[in-house]
Ligand binder design. Structure first.
Ligand SMILES: [Zn+2]
Length: 145
């Protein structure tokens, strides 16, 4: 636990939160600044800054909780899809956002907004040789990463 980490303090019960799920390893609670009602954060109780550094069982526990939340949100809010993502913005303690999507741009990127809110733009494609080079860079050493 990090004393100055807000999410560690929430996990320890020192700061109140609207809890949705809790077990020994993870905690899910409502985001204080929701994109949509029901927007939930799922965190490991242990302090890890980046999701890619979570031990695999812990990452799986977070994802499994997010899956259960997504199924519940679909029934509760009547939405077709629920987004789940990590960004690493705002609080340096890995947290997965789980957001019921009422609109295709509820969790969008500016890259998809070139045609405005009612469109869903396709960002330009890269040349095939550049794509091949990028894929090669990502593949190289992936097993060791
Ligand atoms: Zn923390």
């Amino acid at each position: 636990m990090s004393e100055d980490c807000l999410f560690c303090r929430i996990a320890a019960g020192d700061v109140p939160a609207h809890k949705v799920y809790e077990d020994d390893d993870i905690l899910a609670f409502l985001d204080l600044h929701p994109i949509r009602p029901g927007h939930t954060l799922v965190i490991p109780k242990a302090h890890h800054v980046w999701f890619e550094d979570l031990p695999e069982p812990l990452a799986t526990a977070v994802t499994t909780c997010a899956q259960r939340l997504a199924r519940r949100m679909k029934r509760l809010y009547g939405v077709e899809r629920v987004a789940m993502f990590y960004t690493g913005i705002h609080v340096p303690h890995a947290h997965a956002h789980v957001v019921p999507m009422h609109h295709v741009h509820d969790v969008s990127s500016g890259a998809y907004l070139a045609d405005g809110l009612e469109g869903y733009s396709l960002p330009p494609q890269l040349p095939a040789e550049e794509m091949a080079a990028i894929a090669g860079e990502l593949r190289a050493g992936l097993g060791a990463a």
